[in-house]
Design a protein around this ligand. Structure first.
Ligand code: GDP
Length: 305
């Protein structure tokens, strides 16, 4: 399987991603061996996160950008983290076929999100899928997320650059919700600028601290400029070392995430902890015991046996 993936075989890649998504322990072992074997072939791509509310034009944008990049000789993989994202067919916008032209292109690989699973679980699989895509020679990997909840944090934590799509006429309330996301964005694109150029200009004026540019995923206007801006930022970061540093930090954070999750699960399963937990939780809730004291006694119980 590793050899087939290195050759860029898309079917082998799809099977490998199914393997890493499996919950069976023996599959997990195989998946780990596969990932380990392929690690030297990873890390060669540019990883781009793309976010925005449903309807902003993410699929259209990814398709237009993807075709533009393929025309330049790139190979594009598209992944997603949210079960509800447009890639999965989307509970939001029905079962309209997505990225039709991109999905039939040999230089593209599009992986729908599993429709079930927690964000944490899906995000972890997406990170692994991203590595497999790189090993298969996809040199631009796009990770899509809908603009809600924690998913942006997860995507920002696994990509080199984070692009936020906005609408020209988005209301102030929406912009406020997006403020946290805005802070993580490396580039803001005002999509659908073809609909109302003046509104797009006004929307751009409202955004500060982040590079912002107009585009139309539908007509293709501005897409080449967006890509040029993405590349320029990536180049700058490669030159000043922040590109590699971000990847190193992400890799270590990923490792610690898994260690933390596993230790917490072990802790919660521990018999001594389980029997002491209800009473101690009750004490904490009713301010009879300080949270620090309760935590320490539970940790002592865990560590002693
Ligand atoms: P997503 O939910 O964010 O993936 O959004 P879609 O890509 O499905 O786009 C939602 C709708 O907006 C579709 O009907 C698209 O054809 C349309 N759309 C997307 N980008 C543009 C654009 O740049 N201009 C115009 N006029 N319509 C667009």
């Amino acid at each position: 399987m590793a050899q087939a993936i290195r050759r860029g075989d898309r079917r082998a890649l799809a099977k490998a991603i199914t393997l890493i998504e499996s919950t069976r322990a023996d599959h997990r072992l195989e998946a780990d061996t596969l990932l380990d074997t392929l690690m030297p072939d990873t890390c060669q791509s540019l990883r781009i996160g793309i976010s925005g509310v449903p309807g902003v034009g993410k699929s259209t944008f990814i398709e237009t950008l993807g075709l533009h990049l393929i025309a330049q000789g790139h190979r594009i993989a598209v992944l997603a983290v949210d079960p509800s994202s447009t890639l999965s067919g989307g509970s939001i916008l029905g079962d309209k076929t997505r990225m039709e032209r991109l999905s039939v292109n040999n230089a593209a690989f599009i992986r729908p999100t599993p429709t079930s699973g927690t964000l944490g679980g899906v995000a972890e699989h997406t990170r692994e899928a991203l590595l497999l895509c790189e090993a298969a020679g996809f040199d631009v990997v796009i990770v899509e997320t809908v603009g809600v909840g924690q998913s942006e944090t997860a995507v920002a934590g696994m990509t080199d650059l984070f692009v936020l799509l906005q609408l020209p006429n988005a209301g102030d309330d929406l912009q406020a919700i997006k403020r946290g996301v805005m802070e993580r964005a490396d580039l803001v694109v005002i999509n659908k600028a073809d609909l109302d150029a003046d509104a797009a200009t006004r929307a751009m004026a409202n955004i500060s601290g982040v590079p912002v540019m107009p585009a139309s995923a539908l007509t293709g206007d501005g897409i080449a400029a967006v890509w040029a801006a993405v590349q320029a930022q990536a180049e700058r970061r490669r030159a000043d070392g922040t590109f590699d540093k971000r990847r190193r930090d992400q890799a270590l954070a990923w490792m610690w995430d898994i260690i933390g999750a596993r230790l917490t699960a072990d802790f919660k399963r521990h018999p001594a902890v389980q029997s002491a937990l209800p009473a101690l939780q009750d004490d904490v809730i009713h301010a009879r015991t300080a949270p620090t004291v309760a935590a320490r006694s539970l940790l002592d119980l865990f560590e002693k046996s």
